[in-house]
Design a protein around this ligand. Structure first.
Ligand SMILES: *Cc1c(COP(=O)(O)O)cnc(C)c1O
Length: 463
């Protein structure tokens, strides 16, 4: 399998090169040159596989330049730090299935991809003898999951920008209490979008990127999307087995469009099986506006109780656009250029109806989120974190009779105890992994949200 750029100006590259490149050198995003299809026979024979076995099968279709035995080892190692034998179990609560993606070391779904990516990086760097400086911006969860993915690994330093005092106290501690020498936490005085813009700009500075062997670990890295495809298959098999239904819908709490894009690919691989993909946002609703009114225009970032979704520019959206524009890279290029100039893209009525074939969208505000946490707890005894609650609200509202709805549970409620406490009047119990964090030693640098300041800091601390 070879990889290409959404903007069409690079020669095709291998999976290994795609992982190391992160963002394509022409400013686009990397994608496989074709989407492999999964046959009915495979859909049958894969149904009983364990999570790791299934991950190996799915990933093998996209990774053809790592030996099978090595890939198996990488996948196996990536899921040993999970505290549930099923890795991503599915539980039924009331009228909805919850796909629990928070059993990894930082209790959010990003561990599923970043434990894998950390191992892939280490594997490739050990083979080549190269070094890498990972640079990423986080709105909270990616950062800690990335840090846990590579902490203590050889030949890698990691630099993570988070918006100063705009992540939850636990998210902040999860990042800053990792004091391995290869981990650099940077709190910038700005928003997540500022951090993301700085990271993008630094990656676009090709000489700097090459001098410091910069690598990406945020949601633009293809390997992350790939790892996330797996659990759609896993959940599909569990729910199909339980209900006997061949068609299933998914609701996805969405920020950067990474998770739901993985769902879009899973659906295309299966060719059938997915009834509806529901994209759920909080008040930062650029994506639901896109789906419902064809208006993809940047608004101001509104801080909410689901901070990992407080995003206006969804970095993975361009990948969807590439398929939406029938793989016409020049058109994507022109659209992204116009978007970065004008801050919006418009879609015709006809295009809008095509989008709505792919997704249903719903924006869920703070009061509806809190209400959902409360009512869901009263009805089922299950505590939702605020991100998952956004997905559950949209999933329940857009559910059709006779089609099972699965909502992706993207974080453990204890990570967002304050919001849960607003809804229920008490904080959820901390799982063992989060106890005693506040007492640990912490390390973090507070810097201006300024590209030169960040570049200088990187230059001084790069491996
Ligand atoms: C990152 C994150 C999201 C959003 O996922 P995207 O892939 O950026 O759309 C939702 N919920 C939680 C808890 C997250 O950490």
């Amino acid at each position: 399998m070879r990889y290409i750029s959404t903007r069409g100006r690079i020669d095709s590259i291998s999976f290994r090169e795609a992982v190391i490149m992160g963002l394509a050198t022409d400013g686009g995003l990397l994608l496989p040159e074709s989407i492999p299809t999964v046959s009915t026979g495979e859909l049958k024979s894969w149904a009983k596989l364990s999570y790791s076995e299934l991950a190996f099968k799915v990933m093998s279709l996209f990774i053809t330049d790592i030996k099978a035995g090595d890939l198996q080892g990488l996948v196996g190692r990536s899921y040993t730090a999970f505290d549930h034998p099923e890795i991503t179990p599915v539980v039924k609560k009331g009228n909805i299935y919850i796909l629990e993606l928070f059993h990894g070391p930082t209790l959010a779904f990003k561990d599923v991809a970043l434990q894998f990516l950390g191992n892939v990086f280490e594997y490739l760097l050990l083979e080549s003898g190269h070094k890498m400086n990972i640079l990423g911006a986080t709105s909270g969860d990616t950062g800690s999951a990335a840090i846990y993915g590579v902490r203590g690994k050889k030949n890698i330093n990691i630099f993570i920008l988070h918006p100063y005092k705009r992540v939850s106290p636990i998210q902040e501690l999860q990042m800053t209490t990792v004091t391995d020498a290869n981990v650099f936490n940077i709190a910038i005085k700005g928003t997540f979008d500022d951090g993301q813009a700085i990271v993008k700009a630094i990656f676009n500075d090709i000489p700097f990127k090459e001098t410091h062997s910069l690598g990406a670990i945020n949601s633009i890295n293809w390997a992350r999307v790939l790892a996330q495809i797996v659990y759609y298959f896993y959940a599909y098999f569990r729910v199909r087995e339980e209900t006997g239904r061949e068609e299933i819908s998914f609701a996805v709490p969405t920020g950067n469009f990474g998770d739901i894009f993985a769902g879009h690919i899973a659906r295309r691989m299966m060719g059938k099986g997915f009834h509806r993909l529901v994209l759920a946002t909080n008040e930062n609703n650029i994506l639901t506006r896109f789906i419902n009114t064809g208006d993809y225009s940047i608004g101001k970032v509104v801080p909410t109780i689901s901070p990992s979704m407080d995003i206006q520019v969804a970095s993975n959206f361009e990948r969807y656009l590439y398929y939406f524009y029938s793989e016409d890279a020049e058109r994507v290029r022109a659209a992204m250029k116009s978007f970065s100039k004008n801050g919006h893209l418009k879609f015709t009525k006809k295009e809008q109806s095509l989008v709505r074939k792919d997704f249903a969208g719903q924006s869920v505000d703070q009061s509806a989120t809190l209400k959902t946490i409360r009512s869901f707890y009263e009805e089922t005894g299950y505590i939702l974190d605020p991100h998952t609650a956004v997905g559950v609200r949209a999933g329940l509202d857009l559910r059709e009779p006779d089609v099972p709805m699965v909502c992706l549970a993207t974080a453990h409620p204890a990570k967002f105890g304050e919001a849960v406490s607003q809804a229920l009047g008490r904080e959820p119990e901390l799982p063992p992994g989060l106890q005693g964090l506040a007492e640990r030693e912490a390390r973090c640098e507070v810097l201006e949200a300024d590209i030169d300041v960040i570049r200088d800091y990187l230059h001084k601390n790069a491996i």
